[in-house]
Write a protein that binds this ligand. Structure first.
Ligand code: HAM
Length: 406
């Protein structure tokens, strides 16, 4: 028997109901914030992710579904959505046009990780990317939008916040951190030694407890921000305070992707086990430039839909639609015809076989239908249909032509 690949899941009811419910409402909220829908390809040139997510990241270093296509191109399945949106933004020359552009998207992402609860190889993200806004109000707005989405689904969260500095303050901090790493080079893990060469700040979120003990004494980003970064970070915190958004400053939050600067954030749930990050994002003011576009400010986030699914409750299920059942062979064609008519406007299920009244009612009830219509010999003779409202239990005999006319 052929099975789905490890870490790649089918999503069926009732989960798929919650999946759609999430997408529909998250999209609605993004539209309210002025975002436009964008769809980008699942497959991109590998170099796009190497140059954006970064070669020092685990995503690019270890987890890409990368292969050579039949035309000899080095391609890979997208591990995240930001890089593709930035590529499209530049390709469509929005960078040259200037102005502000805001996009939202959702879809499958692929990372060859070790699967466990909440960690998949194919997973789905809902994300937004905003281009062209320097104001820290945009950082606040993006965080408020994420909070609005989580609030809509009544999902509790903890928000962790950090500032990663900018091209003014980051180089000096980097130097200090490298000096610190060199003093401790004998005691840090091999991964951190590699990170020292590629992207030193990534050492700060190393999972190795021995390294974490050492980094307790490492210079902190927050103590080394320039005046502008400091001011912007204070403004952001003030807006979040004004809107009653609770957050915790985590000076070691650096995120697993290399493109961030200034604001970085993560939303955590304490109710879903070890893979607790339900969303993450931040500013990436140099990414457009790194991908050969005209320098453009950028900020965004992505939410992991699978991790959210178990936290989402559907609204109370109300009965909807029609079920049509024939009680004799002769009524089968009429049932089919009525169903096709109703389907233009209503959810309608029709049985292709004659069954007893009790059996039809049971089927309708099981599928949470509101109206059960049954047609037997008596109804055919009188040109009527028998209809029961399964909510109020009210039963009626209606004129078939009148019912169809309505
Ligand atoms: P990320 O933190 O790598 O950021 O992923 C965002 C979210 O996707 C995570 O918080 C998590 O909920 C979910 N996720 C990540 N990996 C997996 C996995 N293997 N299985 C299940 N869920 C997963 C980004 O992807 C950035 N592109 C976010 C962003 C947008 N930054 C700026 N704009």
């Amino acid at each position: 028997m052929v099975k789905s690949l490890r870490g790649m899941n089918d999503i069926l009811t009732p989960e798929s109901e919650r999946f759609l419910y999430f997408i529909e409402n998250a999209c609605k909220i993004a539209k309210n914030y002025g975002y436009e829908y964008i769809e980008t390809p699942l497959l991109e040139e590998t170099s796009l992710f190497k140059r954006s997510v970064g070669e020092s990241s685990d995503i690019v270093g270890k987890e890409m579904y990368q292969f050579t296509d039949k035309g000899g191109n080095d391609v890979c399945l997208r591990p995240e959505g930001t890089a593709g949106v930035v590529r499209a933004f530049i390709e469509k020359k929005f960078d040259k046009a200037g102005g502000v552009k805001r996009f939202y998207y959702h879809g499958a992402m692929f990372r060859y990780e070790r699967p466990q609860k909440g960690r998949l190889r194919e997973f789905h993200q809902f994300g937004v990317e905003s281009f062209g806004v320097q104001s820290v109000k945009e950082d606040a707005t993006v965080i408020l939008m994420l909070k609005d989405i989580l609030d809509f689904f009544k999902i509790d969260y903890e928000l962790e916040l950090n500032s990663l500095g900018c091209k003014e303050c980051m180089p000096d901090y980097r130097k200090k951190l490298i000096e610190f790493l060199d003093k401790n080079s004998e005691n840090i893990c091999e991964d951190c030694k590699r990170r020292r060469e590629t992207n030193p700040i990534r050492v700060l979120d190393c999972k190795n407890p021995k390294c974490q003990e050492i980094y307790k004494n490492a210079p902190l980003l927050s103590d080394n921000l320039c005046i502008t970064c400091n001011e912007d970070f204070s403004k952001l915190k003030k807006i979040l305070d004004d809107f009653n958004v609770k957050y915790k400053i985590n000076p070691k939050l650096v995120r697993g992707l290399d493109y961030y600067n200034k604001t970085a954030f993560e939303f955590i749930s304490t109710k879903i086990g070890a893979q607790s990050a339900i969303a993450g994002g931040g500013r990436y003011d140099r990414l457009v430039e790194f991908l050969d576009g005209k320098p453009t400010f950028g900020i965004g986030f992505a939410m992991g839909i699978e991790r959210l699914l178990e936290l989402i409750k559907m609204p109370e299920n109300t009965r909807v639609g029609y079920y049509i059942g024939a009680l004799c062979e002769e009524a089968l064609d009429l049932s089919f015809q009525i169903a096709q008519n109703l389907r233009k406007e209503h959810k309608t299920i029709v049985s292709y076989e004659k069954k007893s009244l009790k059996n039809h009612l049971k089927q309708a009830d099981k599928q949470n239908i509101k109206y059960c219509i049954c047609i037997g010999e008596d109804e055919l003779k009188q040109d009527k249909i028998w209809i029961k409202n399964l909510e109020t239990k009210e039963e009626n005999l209606l004129d078939t032509s009148e019912f169809l006319g309505e």
